[in-house]
Design a protein around this ligand. Structure first.
Ligand code: GLC
Length: 423
């Protein structure tokens, strides 16, 4: 009897301890994510919540990389502890890295960080601190309408000139046949980070360099860059609607997905969305590498991508770091990659049969050959460099400056920004 009583007391006490510690331990983390991808990360995070008992509140950031950066910079500068994790663009570490946790301290034997493509981890490393880990890789590519190229018996273009000619031909023929809303080519033409990526592709594919070279030298004012921008400006109002000058990724996708463009420049994410059941172009699209400027030149998509970072001001650094390693780890990346046709950064996942089946866009070579923006070399000044560049390109596209004048002024402005060193 006494024994039964004391057992019961012990049991009740044990239940209380478990309940109290579970209650005290379960936390709610807050994490920013991009609005387009938020429903997908929600599903990845749900697995972690089920495993750990913690909760994650997902806030959506502005869709544009430039607008999201401005918001996060404000929050981090204020040292807010309201946000534990941020979804960060691979070109931001030099800009906000001081506010982010060094993940190396939480991965002493390199078991997590070591899984990722080393050069990509390099993009998230600032002064030897690994301030984020990649969730996915991006590379610029061209989407096209397989049905229209077939209808007019046109081969897939390999150079910009071929793309221009085919776009113009099909646009004219379709309009004559009564398809009044069709355009040849849409892309991200708004003055923001997306235009930096697109115009970098134009430059690099014409042998016009990468704005600032790997040694930190400003190289943007050169004849090939002039030629690349002149060609791009000639599209606007002919094969490209004027409205493109205000398009980011989603606006371009909207036009293409509703069937109103022959070609579109975008990132891999657009594949999953354009191939949905309800998409008017489902089953009618293909993807191509970004064209070459001409013979002897290279096809080069811009390298992009997003990762996760933990704020140094989080009150739950250990748990937030655990979530980060889950999302960016094998399980998290695999699910994210399959649901959204994103390309993983974990080398081993490139051979994963489930990913290969779901995601035709994850071609390792495309990502290995993609051209990076000069964010590592320009460090904390990258944002200035990029905004000077996209504003200059925007002026050329909107015909308010000639390519020669815009690049000359840009060159002078960038040299001024470079003064005193890049770091
Ligand atoms: C994509 C890329 C990112 C880039 C952005 C520009 O999201 O992954 O790196 O900065 O597009 O719009």
């Amino acid at each position: 009897m006494r024994r039964a009583f004391s057992l019961r007391v012990a049991l009740v006490a044990a239940i209380m301890v478990v309940a109290v510690s579970a209650g005290a331990m379960a936390v709610e983390l807050t994490m920013f994510f991009n609005p387009v991808e938020a429903p997908i990360i929600r599903q990845v995070v749900a697995d972690w919540e089920a495993n750990t008992g913690h909760k994650v509140n997902i806030l959506t950031s502005p869709q544009s990389s430039s607008d999201a950066l401005a918001l996060f910079q404000q929050q981090l500068a204020a040292g807010t502890s309201d946000v534990d994790l941020y979804f960060i663009d691979s070109v931001w570490p030099g800009l906000i890295g001081d506010h982010l946790l060094d993940l190396k301290e939480y991965d002493p034997d390199n078991a997590r960080i070591g899984d990722h493509i080393p050069s990509v981890v390099g993009a998230y490393t600032v002064r030897d601190r690994v301030v984020g880990l990649p969730l996915m890789l991006d590379a610029g590519m061209i989407y096209y309408r397989t049905d229209l190229l077939e209808k007019y018996n046109k081969p897939v273009p390999e150079t910009w000139q071929e793309l221009t000619d085919t776009a113009a031909f099909i646009q004219d023929a379709e309009r004559q046949a009564g398809n009044a809303n069709i355009w040849g080519f849409v892309f991200q033409g708004r003055a923001y980070e997306g235009l930096t990526c697109v115009a970098l592709e134009w430059l690099a594919s014409h042998g016009g360099g990468t704005i600032v070279d790997a040694d930190g030298k400003v190289t943007v004012n050169n004849p090939n860059a002039v030629q690349a921008l002149r060609e791009a400006a000639s599209w606007v109002g002919t094969i490209t609607p004027e409205g493109t000058l205000n398009y980011a990724e989603e606006e371009a996708r909207g036009v293409f997905q509703s069937g109103n463009a022959v070609f579109m420049r975008n990132w891999p994410y657009a594949w999953a969305l354009a191939q949905q059941e309800a998409s008017p172009v489902q089953g009618k699209i293909g993807i191509l590498p970004v064209p070459k400027g001409g013979d002897g030149e290279k096809s080069t998509g811009a390298l992009g991508g997003w990762g996760m970072a933990v704020s140094r001001y989080s009150k739950n650094i250990d748990i937030a770091t655990d979530l980060l390693f889950y999302i960016t780890g094998r399980e998290g990346q695999k699910k994210f990659s399959i649901l959204g046709t994103y390309t993983p950064s974990i080398v081993e996942l490139f051979d994963d049969p489930d990913i290969k089946q779901a995601n035709p866009v994850a071609i390792l070579d495309v990502f290995m050959n993609a051209v990076p923006r000069p964010s590592a070399v320009t460090g904390s000044k990258y944002n200035r460099v990029s905004s000077e560049f996209y504003n200059a390109v925007h002026q050329v596209l909107s015909k308010s400056a000639t390519p020669e004048d815009a690049l000359k002024t840009l060159d002078a402005n960038l040299r001024r920004v470079a003064r005193g060193g890049w770091k």
